[in-house]
Design a binder for this molecule. Structure first.
Ligand code: ACO
Length: 444
């Protein structure tokens, strides 16, 4: 029995291994000692485990990345079992209570909370970049009258790269910073234009006297008034929603941003990939599905029958369950409160009662308890958006505005991480091998 030691791959400032894993390959009887760092072994350390010289080496198979860390990150901490979420070490509850979205965006991107002066400069820079080139407006007008606003957002964010070709110079910190400001500033403008297009209403230009959330509300809802005045309670509720959605570590859309960004493409193209991922019903589209589900249930009396269908596997209880949280999603608790604030202004949403009842029944039901299925952030966010007068198609768009700061922070961290390379997973090939080409006339 031979003993082989893997290189610990401790380059790039990674701390020395504090423990090891001993693996015996029963095919050969050889033993290997693999370093464990931060509760993780390096996938590449498995490669030395080979049957013979011809063997490529052992790989790990992990569809959907259920147990693979793809990066080291200092941005967002989640303890899914305990229901903890922190941005740069600050609990989400404190940030939602005390900070503004732009403050949180600064925190995520720069790593520290801003001083008053830093926040003022940051806010000013973002505010004066909210306008988009007139040609952006024109090509958005070219979308079909009923185009989904998320599809419009996806296309227009990507298209920004053509307006700022210097964005491709991602190694230049100053140019990078300019694109970061533009992305944060223009995302609400693009989102609002998409909404107005969908409604057949003229686009509203940004009003730089208003706050980030207030200006967005103005671009959505302004009609003939000379000056749009947002209700401060609605403005705050929207700001809190942006904070809650700002980052969630290596979720599907963030992984898409990192994956596409790893090719060193410009950040507009990388973020367009994030918007695309967020469009899906299992990710940012979930709140749209929650609302459709609540509308379909229609009355409290229909809930038991619906739950039976979920348990029989006919459908899912949308807004429940999470890959990471096996406890109440901390964001769902904060959102429940924000929902109440919005309903106080806008009047109650009849579907809130159905949602509350659904939650109560599900939390007491063995099926959901056993599988640790709790409400996630999307269970209540859709109700708030609906109370604000948003059509369901806008829900993932609102999510994308908040998540923009997280995508940027994660993209930046990746760019500056010396260990990262172009993302390129391996596969287990299961198809045919080296077949003789069959001419058309000979095919059956
Ligand atoms: N309703 C009913 N059953 C569910 C649900 C649900 N919402 N979610 C999971 N389950 C069941 C599964 O059927 C499975 O049961 P089984 O073991 O008997 O087969 C078990 O719970 C584990 O589920 P998985 O699908 O393996 O869990 P996974 O981590 O892959 O999925 C996901 C997580 C996609 C979020 C899932 O819970 C789901 O589809 N939820 C509804 C959609 C949703 O709300 N998405 C928003 C997520 S939050 C966000 O993106 C911001």
């Amino acid at each position: 029995m031979s003993t082989e030691t893997a290189s610990n791959g401790a380059e790039g400032g990674v701390a020395a291994a504090s423990a090891t894993l001993t693996v015996t390959d029963n095919r050969t009887g050889r033993q290997y000692e693999i370093p464990i760092t931060d509760g993780t072994i390096r996938g590449i350390d498995l490669r030395q485990i080979r049957v013979d010289d011809e063997d490529f080496g052992l790989m790990s198979y992990d569809p959907a990345f259920m147990n693979t860390a793809s990066c080291r990150s200092a941005i967002t901490f989640i303890d899914g079992d305990k229901g903890i979420l922190e941005y740069r070490g600050y609990p989400i509850e404190q940030l939602a209570e005390q900070s503004s979205y732009l403050e949180v965006a600064y925190l995520l991107i720069h790593g520290e909370l801003p001083t008053q002066q830093q926040l003022d400069t940051w806010t000013h820079e973002i505010t004066i970049h909210t306008f988009v080139h007139e040609n952006v407006k024109e090509f958005m007008q070219g979308f079909r009258y009923d185009a989904h606003p998320m599809g419009m957002l996806l296309a227009s964010v990507g298209a920004l790269s053509t307006f700022y070709p210097e964005a491709s110079q991602i190694k230049d910190a100053e140019l990078r910073y300019q694109q970061i400001i533009r992305l944060l500033a223009k995302m609400p403008t693009l989102a609002a234009f998409a909404y107005r297009h969908n409604r057949g209403m003229p686009y509203v230009y940004p009003d730089n006297d208003l706050s980030y959330a207030g200006n967005f509300l103005g671009m959505l809802f302004k009609i003939a008034e000379l000056k749009y005045q947002p209700d401060p309670r609605i403005e705050r509720a929207l700001d809190v929603l942006f904070i809650l959605h700002a980052d969630h570590e290596q979720n599907c859309s963030t992984s898409a941003v990192r994956g596409v960004g790893s090719s060193q493409v410009d950040p507009y193209s990388a973020l367009a990939a994030g918007v695309g991922a967020l469009y899906g019903p299992l990710h940012g589209g979930a709140n749209e599905q929650v609302l459709r589900m609540l509308h379909r249930i229609e009355r409290k009396e229909n809930i038991p029958g619906f739950i039976d269908g979920v348990k029989a596997g006919d459908e899912r209880l949308m807004g429940f369950g999470h890959r990471v949280y096996k406890n109440y999603d901390p964001r769902a608790k904060i959102i429940k409160k924000a929902a109440q604030d919005v309903f106080d202004v806008m009047g109650t949403n009849p579907y809130l009662d159905i949602a509350l009842e659904l939650e109560k029944i599900a939390l007491e039901d063995e099926y959901f308890i056993e599988r640790k299925l709790y409400p996630n952030v999307d269970f209540y966010s859709g109700l708030i958006y609906e109370a604000l007068g948003m059509p369901v198609e806008m829900f993932p768009v609102l999510f994308a505005i908040g998540r923009t700061s997280g995508w940027i922070a994660q993209w930046l961290e990746m760019i500056e991480d010396g260990e990262q390379k172009i993302a390129r997973p391996r596969q287990i090939y299961t198809g045919a091998r080296t077949r003789e080409y069959v001419p058309m006339g000979s095919r059956s």
